[in-house]
Design a protein around this ligand. Structure first.
Ligand code: FES
Length: 159
């Protein structure tokens, strides 16, 4: 079986990775098509996703409030965060659905909170927590270069 690599979206390679050596992270067979897996190095957690367009490696931290995406859901190339219903396109690094909390997009544009269909709507709170949510900016996703050598997946990881 030939396994493809998802091209890293333009400008979203994680800093400091290109000069790093490739190192094995797992076997190709360890992450089935449509699956995601988490692995850790030191204090960093990584998400390896096997999308229909290929494998990609990013942080296992939601770009919103850092929840582990690996326990969310992968549908095609879109990963859904388990915490605030944010969804993110791994093929582009773009936000597909903004988190329910609202907040700032990567460019600083404000998005109001929203309520899922069928749930009672709530007044927008005005307390300090609400202000913190409103000022939380979704970070751009960052990706780590991958290659396949034999039956192993190798990655350039930060120090
Ligand atoms: S932490 Fe993922 S959507 Fe909020």
């Amino acid at each position: 079986m030939t396994v493809e690599l998802l091209p890293i979206p333009r400008g979203l390679v994680a800093d400091g990775t290109f000069e790093r050596p490739f190192e094995p992270i797992c076997a190709v067979g360890d992450v089935a098509p449509g699956a995601m897996t988490r692995f850790s190095r030191g204090d960093r957690d990584f998400l390896l996703a096997h999308t229909p367009l290929g494998l990609c490696l990013t942080d296992d931290r939601c770009p919103h409030m850092a929840a582990p995406l690996s326990i969310g859901a992968l549908s095609g190339c879109v990963v859904a965060c388990p915490l605030h219903r944010g969804t993110f396109d791994l093929a582009s690094g773009d936000v597909v659905q903004f988190p329910t909390t609202g907040g700032l997009d990567a460019d600083g544009g404000y998005h109001p909170p929203w309520t899922p269909a069928g749930a009672p709507s709530k007044d927008e709170p005005t307390d300090l927590k609400a202000r913190a949510r409103a000022l939380t900016r979704i970070r751009r996703m960052r990706y780590y270069p991958l290659r396949i050598v034999g039956d192993m997946i190798e990655a350039q990881l930060p120090t």
